[in-house]
Write a new protein. Structure first.
Length: 190
């Protein structure tokens, strides 16, 4: 792999340089208004103290008033509890995140509470999450149940809203007996 002959100290120095750059990026001031904030999390396996544990990796992507999208925060923590999210959001606010009118996320209860407490912004459930949930209908078939069967088109990042809306309305226009995702039906109807 072209790494033969590199000393441990050189590798350590390179890793420290990378850590410094990443930390500088994550600690940079956020200037201007950021009207839209998208928050998400996933769970990863982490090796710590000789054992493997599950940790929440969270990301915040914001859009400024010029329409520029940026990663404004990343963090690793033990779980997606309200206190974890509140600490993360407070760190974004301290760095200059303000003017946020809409927060988009998967409607996690701890995050809802943290947004109310820290930001006071309006929030919306992420349509990608709804699509992910609706696609599960194809995977979680039960005998005698009619399945959605490809009613949701593939989603690309730059066209999420347009495709999600089109897929949702196509799904809702089916006869009720062909709708197999009650959560999606309820969420769209409301």
């Amino acid at each position: 792999m072209g790494l033969a002959g590199i000393s441990k100290s050189t590798v350590s120095k390179l890793c420290k340089d990378i850590d410094d750059r990443v930390n500088a990026f994550l600690d940079r001031p956020l200037v201007g208004d950021w009207p839209y904030l998208r928050l998400d999390a996933t769970y990863l396996k982490q090796r710590e103290g000789g054992r493997t544990t599950s940790v929440a990796a969270i990301i915040a992507v914001a859009v400024n008033t010029e329409g520029k999208r940026e990663i404004v925060g990343l963090h690793i923590g033990p779980l997606e509890a309200e206190t974890f999210w509140a600490t993360f959001l407070k760190s974004l606010v301290r760095r200059g995140l303000h003017g946020t009118k809409l927060v988009i996320f998967d409607a996690h209860e701890g995050l809802k509470a943290a947004i109310r407490r820290v930001m006071g912004s309006t929030w919306q459930r992420c349509r990608v999450g709804l699509l992910d949930y609706s696609v599960l209908g194809d995977l979680l078939q039960t005998p005698g149940r009619i399945v959605m069967g490809g009613g949701v088109p593939p989603v690309q990042a730059e066209t999420v809203n347009r495709l999600a809306t089109k897929a949702a309305w196509a799904f809702m226009s089916r006869p009720p007996t062909l709708r197999t995702c009650p959560f999606l039906t309820i969420a769209i109807a409301s």
